[in-house]
Design a protein around this ligand. Sequence first.
Ligand code: 1GP
Length: 251
Amino acid sequence: MKNKDIYCQILRAKLDGQKLLAILLDPDKIVWGNLDNLISKINQSPGTHIFIGGSLVTTTILDELILKIKQNCLLPIVLFPGNPSQISDKADAILFLSLISGRNPDYLIEHQVKAAPILRQTSLEIIPTGYVLIESGGETAVERISKTKPLDRNNSDLVLATAQAGEMLGNKLIYLEAGSGAQQAIPLEMVGLVSKNIGIPLIVGGGIVNLREIQNAYEAGADLVVIGTAFENDMNFFDFRIAEQSKSSIR
Ligand code: 1GP
């Protein structure tokens, strides 16, 4: 069964001031023998969405993985693809990303052109997303693979103008990305500035490593926070007791 109207739910959550949390799974890092345990940890967590993808995914069992998660977890599954090979009709939705901080045509339009006919064959909900990569203290996989330069973390005006251009181009979400495993997360002042000056929901991810930082991002103006590496490194990251506390603050 597909979860429907995911974007409408994100919009509604923003209007209601309800904060959202996506757990990012990299299919290449999934240990199959441990998948049941992983899903059970996700079910106990305050996560509201599962994002699946990565800059460089080589697995060929994406469909199987998503079906297995869906058997045991009701959260919406949203593809967060690094390229068109990471499309699976088994998911609910896809962030149709354009890397608008970069100037590499492959990630601005070429991959999207290749993906369009594939997506037409699916029933995925397509959510156009302006993807903005910000410098975070070291080279990240997104930077390396996309061959684009991240935006200067001290140049909030340029980041804001980029996010606003993304919105004006028709994107429905803006994703401020520090990169997976980033040394430094997106500066909170930058999150605040962008969230106050765009009308669409704001996703923030990369380098967020504890519950306090998640809360800080929300307070700064993030509508949805993405957690990948911290949960990947420690499946107890969302300890049940802490998750309960966090749930009540998220709601
Ligand atoms: C990466 O924003 C996501 O695309 C999550 O980053 O792995 O650092 O949590 P982390």
